[in-house]
Design a protein around this ligand. Structure first.
Ligand SMILES: Nc1ncnc2c1ncn2[C@@H]1O[C@H](COP(=O)(O)OP(=O)(O)OP(=O)(O)O)[C@@H](O)[C@H]1O
Length: 300
């Protein structure tokens, strides 16, 4: 990383990097966020590499249960990589290599015994672009539980008197209500999901994620492709979900992080976690000068 020396107004000198960030030694205390209650996820010394490139550097942080944690930082600082490492989605990228531990309810998900299907059922994911299946609204919800063997509405099940159609109806209604979509779609559950608006499709994807009963929902910029009204609905929904679920959300939108999250982690260039604290503290009185510069728009 190249840099230019500059003299700050307080007389100290510092380095300006090519990204516009001022070089500053990161203090561990800035990311040692203390909270009441249990950590749902506990990350310790996490490094992620793509080939020889390191995208996440020695990140440690505890994520409290039943709350919203926002991950913010400039483009390319590793937010999505970090998010994907929380349910081992990086395993799907051939060049990705992960070191360190991520404990989920006290169990290291990178230990040898992890069942990835079960892990991703309990730690679900919602992506930037809504990606419903090209199936009916109902089938989008029941697909996961059917696949996991929790719902059976087949002819054989009917013949054997073990038909779960009533359970399926109840599940579809519960999930669509939880995702604040029921009132808009309950008359057309058998219509193709691709006929919904972008915002409705994203809420359907959230409902689909809820259908397999997760504990944690990871969201990667879930509203960035949506208009302001659809975005507001997703933001309200995220806040409501935090009553029952642990939500971790990557966002480029700092106002959004400030509105919806309980705690905010700021990643900066090179995949470092620079500061992690209550959202109010991060936005009103951060410890790091670099975080202050980023929040006030001096770079990023
Ligand atoms: N599949 C991949 N293969 C190789 N390098 C990758 C891959 N995904 C991400 N990277 C690299 O890892 C670094 C972190 O990327 P990542 O997408 O995690 O950052 P980000 O903060 O989420 O960025 P953005 O805000 O632009 O989405 C970048 O240098 C990126 O080029």
């Amino acid at each position: 990383m190249s840099s230019n020396r500059q003299i700050d107004t307080d007389g100290t000198d510092s380095q300006l990097t090519t990204s516009g960030e001022t070089d500053e030694a990161v203090e561990d205390a800035w990311s040692d966020y203390q909270f009441e209650g249990e950590a749902k996820l506990s990350v310790e010394d996490l490094d992620v590499y793509y080939g020889d490139e390191q995208a996440i550097q020695s990140v440690s942080m505890d994520i409290p249960e039943e709350s919203v944690t926002a991950l913010i930082g400039p483009s390319g600082c590793g937010k999505s990589t970090f998010l994907r490492s929380l349910n081992r989605m990086n395993d799907r990228i051939g060049s990705a290599r992960v070191a360190g531990t991520v404990e989920f309810d006290g169990e290291n998900i990178y230990g040898g015994r992890t069942n990835l299907v079960e892990l991703r059922k309990r730690i679900g994911m919602v992506f930037q672009a809504p990606n419903p299946f090209p199936k009916s609204i109902r089938d989008n919800i029941s697909y996961g539980p059917r696949k996991h063997g929790d719902l059976d509405t087949s002819l054989l099940a009917r013949l054997l008197g073990r038909d779960d159609t009533d359970d399926e109806d109840a599940l579809v209604e519960r999930c669509l209500k939880q995702a604040a979509l029921w009132d808009e779609v309950n008359e057309r559950l058998d219509d193709n999901a691709l006929g919904l608006s972008g915002g409705q499709q994203q809420r359907l994807c959230i409902a689909r994620c809820l259908a397999v009963d997760p504990d944690v929902i990871l969201m990667d910029e879930p509203a960035s492709a949506l208009d302001p009204i659809a975005t507001a609905k997703i933001e309200d929904l995220i806040e409501q979900l935090a009553a029952d679920y642990t939500v971790v959300v990557v966002t480029h939108n700092m106002q959004q992080a400030a509105r919806i999250s309980d705690q905010t982690a700021v990643f900066l260039t090179g995949g470092e976690l620079v500061e992690y604290d209550r959202t109010e503290k991060i936005f009103e009185d951060p410890e790091s000068q670099r975080v202050d510069d980023y929040i006030t728009g001096k770079f990023g």
